[in-house]
Design a protein around this ligand. Sequence first.
Ligand SMILES: NC(=O)c1ccc[n+]([C@@H]2O[C@H](COP(=O)([O-])OP(=O)(O)OC[C@H]3O[C@@H](n4cnc5c(N)ncnc54)[C@H](O)[C@@H]3O)[C@@H](O)[C@H]2O)c1
Length: 390
Amino acid sequence: MAGTDGGKERLRIGLIGCGFMGRAHSNAYNRVANFFDLPCVPHLTAVCSRNAERTRAFASTWGYESIETDWRAMVARDDIDAIDICVPNKFHCEIATSAAAAGKMVLCEKPLAMSAAEGEQMCQAVETAGVANMVWYNYRRVPAVTLAKQLIQEGKLGKIFHYRANFLQDWTIAEDLPQGGTALWRLDAAEAGSGVTGDLLAHCIDTALWLNGPMQDVTAMTETFVKQRVHQATGEVAPVNIDDACAFLCRFENGSLGVFESTRYARGHKALYTLEINGEHASLRWNLHDLHRLELFSHDDEGRLRGWRSIHVTDHDGSQPYMDKWWVPGLQIGYEHTFVHQVADFLEGLVTGQPAAPTFRDALATQRVCDAVLDSAASGRWTSLSQPSR
Ligand SMILES: NC(=O)c1ccc[n+]([C@@H]2O[C@H](COP(=O)([O-])OP(=O)(O)OC[C@H]3O[C@@H](n4cnc5c(N)ncnc54)[C@H](O)[C@@H]3O)[C@@H](O)[C@H]2O)c1
């Protein structure tokens, strides 16, 4: 890090990718110092994507000082401290390992990699270089989800019996939707690695591992409902190699059972992430469309008051996660704030020396589960997580 902004150290960011996540991260870098009092602040040094005109427009909208059109040039610059990877999954490994070798901190979008083998390479690169690293599993930092973590850690649920999660969308039902290219890389396994498993279930798995601990084994089924689509790169009809839908069961090491489902064929759902946890003393549930509420059923309330409580995670006395940084009690925050929280935690980790999670190594555990799920779906058998599956 070099120089100061208003007396605070500057973390000079080089962002790669100007799409959905490029915007979400840029917003977070711009906002964080307005709400969090940290000794170090992000500085938007450069942004990179392949089209110069669009990158220049992005730089002007979000306040980046300069642009690059080749990520290698970005990584080679000596005026950048941290590389932020917001490009399709295919590029994560090569960019992250190059950035680490150049001594840069690396923040990488999820899923960490195309496979656990690639993820391991990325972990070794950042660990060998000794550079700070983090993966953007942002749902950990929805205040209601963070509160769930606190309640579980405090033992409020007791022994956990069940964990279930869904991530549902409906945007790929049309058979004439093409695959590949700039907008539809998620439908091309060569760019994305997998379909809903790496794209959507990876979020559910990361949250589950964080809230409920490691998984022991999994059994899965996947389906590709539309078997071929026109590929935008060639104009030719080509097989679809991603999983359109995935459902899996798992056993957690703590003895609880997990049920997970994700699809892009759930008509009526654009992006619905839900989770529920049932414990000996209490149950918790949360859903992305009501993200500021955590629902709690407590066995202590049996009798006249039996029922689910809906905790509005903004009616705080300063004790609900992150909420003391925002508005007066009762006023909500939303999706984009999860990224602000993640930047704040990353910066704090640099100062305290306690790295913000998930690090690459933490996120590799999710990648291993994704691989095991896909292996099980292919083999039709349970896959153990005690031995890496690939
Ligand atoms: N944390 C989350 O909730 C979340 C949500 C969406 C996407 N993601 C992840 O973020 C990453 C990006 O997804 P997105 O939705 O922002 O994609 P996007 O398609 O909206 O944007 C991708 C950007 O990368 C650029 N790009 C592609 N190849 C490049 C290259 N070789 N060099 C430089 N730039 C290149 C494109 O021009 C585009 O600007 C993916 O890994 C995805 O899985 C995470």
